[in-house]
Write a protein that binds this ligand. Structure first.
Ligand code: PMP
Length: 402
């Protein structure tokens, strides 16, 4: 195909590396290989029955038409109540826009605000989509390495060093995909003290994992720690991870009226409203009884503890216990410089991941995809049996390295 048909803004981005790794694992399976995939970042549970029932009832009652563009009043009221109840934050339904997943809220916000060359500060390791979304909007991603010794978190001094007159946004994702790092109230206050000196910088908080936390939940919110940032913060969230609703595609942004209006305008001429039936389901998720959340988090906690212990018993690998989300971000520095049984040197985390796929049949995603090496991400959003099998295979393959 003539590549000139494809715009530069699309040619400069790449498909999600986790999607690519999942597809590669599926392809190997189809070819008859036994593959353990520890790639995907979605709950392995079904959406709870009361939420599915609410969707069926809404569909049968005629909720099959366009809704208000920013979302039904019912859902926006449920989001307002959730923000008050769980985060202590005050919003009105007009301060909320419902989107096709959190992903669309983030993309729309960037598209609605970035001029070409505007900079977006992205602490690394980061969710794979942030830099590419910025590039697709003709902005400039400014990634800031946040090493393991800093708990994979952005320090105030690193934040300050990254800010320039072109900085438009700081993106904060707590708990983080891929590390699970979760900011404390005091850490947020320290970042806010820096931001106080740069009033033009806006903050996007990606709160999608706020309930998948292993201490007391939900994770603290930036705006609870630093309410003075409210008029320049866009709080992004959704039902995908908390309620095992990844396929329903409901997310939202809450923020100052001018930004929400800009998102409304952009969405009105691009995506339109989010699915009417999914919106009814999301309202039922937020307003309904919440026992699913604690039960699923208890399961993730058991898997985290068992799997991290097994990984840390493998010579050459180590991982911190994540505070939240459902991933282990495994340090594989101890394998770099070794040699495969076939005589191939292991030079990067990409080599480690390829070796583990080919020799152990375990699919993982290399740290390079998240902007920090040498690491790999291991998803614990799968059964303990699968995790045990996967980690045993990794241990065997690592033992064969010379
Ligand atoms: N933010 C982060 C950090 C994520 O990991 C994901 C899902 N992988 C999303 C946003 C997207 O969420 P949604 O499915 O609601 O679009």
């Amino acid at each position: 195909m003539d590549s000139n048909r494809v715009a530069e803004r699309v040619r400069r981005i790449k498909p999600s590396p986790s999607t690519a790794a999942a597809e590669r694992a599926n392809q190997l399976r189809r070819e008859g290989h036994s593959i353990v995939s520890l790639v995907v970042g979605e709950p392995d549970f079904d959406t709870p029955p009361h939420i599915r029932a609410a969707a069926a009832a809404a569909m049968n009652a005629g909720a099959t038409r366009y809704t208000a563009l920013p979302g039904t009043l019912e859902l926006r009221r449920a989001i307002v109540a959730k923000l008050q109840r769980e985060n202590g934050l005050q919003y009105e339904p007009q301060d909320i826009v419902v989107t096709n997943g959190a992903k669309s809220a983030i993309y729309s916000a960037l598209a609605a605000t970035l001029e070409p060359g505007d900079e977006v500060i992205i602490p690394a390791p980061y969710w794979v989509s942030y830099p590419d979304m910025v590039l697709a909007c003709e902005g400039a991603p400014v990634t800031v390495a946040c090493p393991e010794e800093d708990g994979f978190k952005l320090s105030p001094s690193r934040l300050e060093a990254a800010i320039t007159p072109r900085t438009r946004w700081l993106v904060l994702n707590s708990p983080s995909n891929p590390t699970g790092a979760t900011y404390t109230v005091n850490e947020y206050k320290a970042l806010a003290a820096v931001l106080a000196r740069y009033p033009a910088v806006m903050v996007m908080t990606d709160d999608i994992y706020e309930h998948i936390v292993f201490g007391e939940g939900p994770a603290p919110h930036l705006l609870a720690a630093a309410p003075e940032l409210k008029d320049r913060t866009l709080a992004i969230n959704g039902v995908s991870k908390t309620y095992a609703m990844t396929g329903w595609r409901i997310g939202w942004a809450a923020g100052p009226k001018d930004l929400i209006k800009a998102l409304d305008t952009f969405l009105s001429q691009s995506a339109g409203n989010s699915c009417s039936i999914s919106q009814a389901a999301a309202a039922a998720a937020l307003d309904g009884e919440q026992s699913f959340v604690a039960e699923s988090v208890a399961t993730y906690r058991q898997r985290r503890d068992a799997t991290a212990a097994a990984v840390n018993a493998i010579p050459g690998l180590s991982c911190r216990l994540p505070d939240g989300a459902f991933y282990l971000f495994v340090n594989c520095a101890g394998l770099i410089g070794r040699m495969t049984p076939a005589g191939k040197p292991i030079e990067t985390d990409g080599d480690v991941v390829l070796y583990l796929l080919e020799v152990a049949g375990v699919a993982l995603v290399a740290g390079t995809a998240y902007g920090l090496s040498p690491y790999f991400r291991l998803s614990i959003a799968t059964s303990q049996d699968v995790l045990d099998d996967g980690v045993a295979r990794i241990a065997d393959a690592v033992a064969k390295l010379r």
